[in-house]
Design a protein around this ligand. Structure first.
Ligand SMILES: Cc1ncc(COP(=O)(O)O)c(C=O)c1O
Length: 398
């Protein structure tokens, strides 16, 4: 029986979680519900220490060489098996995470000024990568099932056949947690296919479904890898410090990307990390770890959702996400988004405003449940309810 409060390794308690060693550090004394990454006790230090040692024993000096331009074949073979037919190793390329893959796609397959159609509310930093690579971004409206196909059709029609990329994050979406249903996936594929647009399916959270019913076929699989480039990452299921991910596309597209000088010069990025992960996939340790991680995340999600449900006013609406890291709160009843963020901060809880991710219909807040224990999330939810509920505020003031 796996205990959700277990830590992933004896060294994984954040001993050196300092600003000069990690990208971000939580503000002192705050419950930080901002970061979209795993908290230190969930990072598998011991597992990876053994995996790197095993990879060096098994592959010897080959683990310390430049890797093949598309990435080590043992990893691509294992990934192809996991993705299933028609995916083969030639459909796969190892990348330094999803962020790197997005940059490669924008820089190699597109030209400056080409159109990138993005979700009206979506992963802000993914949008930044596309914009910083010179693409021209336009936001496409969404409804409760994701990007609206008719709106995508309209945008692509207006673009008059010029080259376009459609960036989607359909599985446990950042920031809303939404899972785009199969029917909507098929409609979006049809529209993009009709206009010859390439869909980039960012599936960074796909491994983190919290129940069997929470799984849906990737757009790449539905399309037979035609017109879709799917991106995967080990950042969310193992550790972002690995800087390891992959892209899956038709073999011609993969060949175009791997022919770029960055690979012919430098070979596969993070070759040693890719062999360490290979070892974990072969032994079954990766799947065991991800099962454990899912149970940890489920406990964290439930602690946050249940405490908010029991204590927040009715004007706050939200769904229990089926996977991933994020809970998305919509606030009706005249709430001001910035005021909600400020009142949360004054109560010792850091949350992110929905508007950071695009144009929202109502004031909204993103809460990440990946970076705090269930106990801390429940405590943070109590603080949020006290800070945001008008009646509680009145009691505090009187
Ligand atoms: C939707 C999405 N894509 C990509 C990333 C970054 O992935 P990687 O670490 O593989 O670059 C994140 C991380 O927050 C994300 O939320």
């Amino acid at each position: 029986m796996v205990m959700a409060e277990e830590v992933a390794g004896s060294l994984s308690h954040g001993r050196r979680w300092y600003p000069d060693v990690v990208q971000q550090v939580a503000p002192p004394g705050m419950f930080d519900l901002g970061p979209g990454y795993l908290e230190p006790p969930l990072l598998p230090v011991d597992l990876l220490r053994r995996a790197y040692a095993d990879a060096l024993s098994e592959f010897g000096s080959a683990a310390l060489s430049y890797g093949p331009d598309a990435g080590a074949l043992p990893l691509r073979t294992l990934l192809a098996d996991r993705l299933g037919p028609p995916c083969t190793p030639d459909h796969l390329m190892v990348t330094a995470g999803t962020s790197h893959a997005l940059h490669l796609i924008a820089a190699i397959l597109f030209r400056r000024g080409d159109l990138a159609l993005v979700e009206q509310v979506g992963y802000d930093l993914g949008h930044a990568i596309l914009a910083d690579s010179g693409l021209r971004l336009r936001a496409v409206p969404m409804d409760s099932a994701g990007m609206v196909p008719e709106e995508l059709d309209r945008e692509l029609g207006a673009a008059g056949g010029s080259r376009a990329l459609v960036y989607l994050n359909p599985t446990f979406h950042n920031p809303t947690g939404m899972l785009v249903p199969s029917a909507r996936r098929r409609e979006l594929l049809k529209v993009a296919g009709r206009h010859g647009a390439v869909i980039v399916e960012d599936d960074a959270y796909a491994e983190l479904a919290m129940s069997r019913s929470g799984r849906t076929d990737p757009l790449a699989a539905l399309s037979g890898y035609r017109g879709v480039i799917r991106l995967g990452s080990f950042s969310k299921s193992l550790a972002p410090g690995l800087r390891l991910g992959w892209l899956a596309a038709d073999p011609e597209t993969v060949a175009r990307i791997q022919a770029h000088g960055v690979f012919t010069s430098g070979g596969s990025p993070n070759h040693l990390a890719s062999l360490a992960v290979t070892v974990l996939l072969v032994s079954g340790a990766y799947d065991q770890h991800v099962n454990w991680l899912r149970s940890c995340l489920r406990a964290r999600r439930d602690a946050l959702v249940d405490t908010l449900r029991a204590n927040l006013g009715e004007e706050f609406t939200f769904d229990r996400p089926g996977g991933g890291f994020f809970l998305w709160l919509n606030a009706a009843g005249g709430h001001d988004e910035q005021a909600l963020v400020t009142r949360a901060r004054d109560a010792g809880v850091r949350v992110l405003p929905g508007s950071r991710f695009g144009r929202t219909a109502t004031p909204a807040i993103r809460l990440a449940f990946s970076f705090n224990s269930p106990r801390r999330l429940a405590a943070a939810a109590h603080r949020l309810a006290a800070a945001w509920n008008p009646t509680d505020r009145m009691q505090l003031w009187t």
